[in-house]
Design a protein around this ligand. Structure first.
Ligand SMILES: C[S@@+](CC[C@H](N)C(=O)[O-])C[C@H]1O[C@@H](n2cnc3c(N)ncnc32)[C@H](O)[C@@H]1O
Length: 245
């Protein structure tokens, strides 16, 4: 019997939550104050509730999907890197709820799998240092972030020179930041922010080819699939955290 049989919010065939019960506003303003619990330091992150089967304290979160939306990337990464703990960070509450329920259902229907992924409702522009210690992360993903087209709204973008300082703090040397968008101007912006930052360098073409996570950038997320269905062009920038010279 599938998880939640008889529960109308779950799809009868797949046992997964149905998106129409988690309708969300198209956007949330990352600069406005929202009210949700935030750990006061990385030591306060509640691993036992997020990863109940892996919470012996020996492992920490190593991948973060920033603005994870409906969670497609986390789910694809979960089986590709089964020994790595990862988290999605999402600002919209309904979308976060959907991802939570999706993970609960996937765990129930596939015992032993999907135990390494979870999601938090948070504003990544404000609270990255509350979740991650210095050099804790090996990968950070920014897939199809909101473009905030108008110049006065560029300060809402999740990639910016000052936020890259924070990401450089949270990433280990050798850790990788993945960005992709279908908006050319935003693609150029993200690339130039990374290119100009002294603690990041671009991966070579050979490195991009060899990295299994790169293949997921265009295929794994809901937004990426929408762009692919419409034959849209994408613009990616993948950079490595380097040591201070
Ligand atoms: C266009 S969607 C892309 C979602 C997903 N990455 C994908 O590719 O399908 C951007 C997501 O980022 C979230 N977001 C925007 N600003 C954020 C912030 N400061 N912190 C966390 N999430 C944010 C939005 O709520 C939205 O779900």
């Amino acid at each position: 019997m599938l998880e939640g049989e008889g529960n109308p919010t779950l799809n009868k065939k797949t046992g997964l939550p149905r998106k129409r019960f988690y309708r969300a506003r198209a956007h949330s303003n990352p600069l406005s104050d929202s009210h949700f619990p935030v750990p006061i330091s990385p030591a306060q992150v509640d691993y036992a509730s997020h990863y109940p089967k892996l919470s012996d304290g020996s492992k920490k979160i190593e991948f973060a999907d920033i603005g994870c939306g409906f969670g497609g990337l986390l789910i694809a990464l979960s089986s590709l890197f089964p020994d790595t703990i990862m988290v999605g960070m999402e600002l919209r509450d309904k979308v976060t709820e959907y991802v939570k329920e999706r993970i609960v259902a996937l765990r129930a229907n596939n015992p032993g799998q999907y135990e390494n992924i979870s999601v938090v409702r948070t504003n990544s522009m404000k609270y990255i240092p509350n979740y991650f210690e210095k050099a804790q992360l090996k990968k950070m993903f920014f897939l199809f972030p909101d473009p905030h087209f108008k110049e006065k709204n560029h300060r809402r973008r999740v990639i910016s020179p000052h936020l890259l300082d924070e990401y450089a703090y949270a990433l280990a040397v050798g850790g990788i930041i993945y960005t992709i968008t279908d908006v050319e101007e935003l693609g150029e912006w993200m690339k130039s922010c990374l290119e100009d930052h002294p603690l990041f360098e671009a991966l070579s073409n050979e490195e991009l080819e060899a990295d299994p996570a790169v293949k997921l950038l265009t295929t794994a997320t809901e937004e990426g699939q929408k762009v692919a269905r419409n034959d849209g062009q994408t613009f990616q920038a993948v950079y490595r955290r380097i040591a201070m010279r």
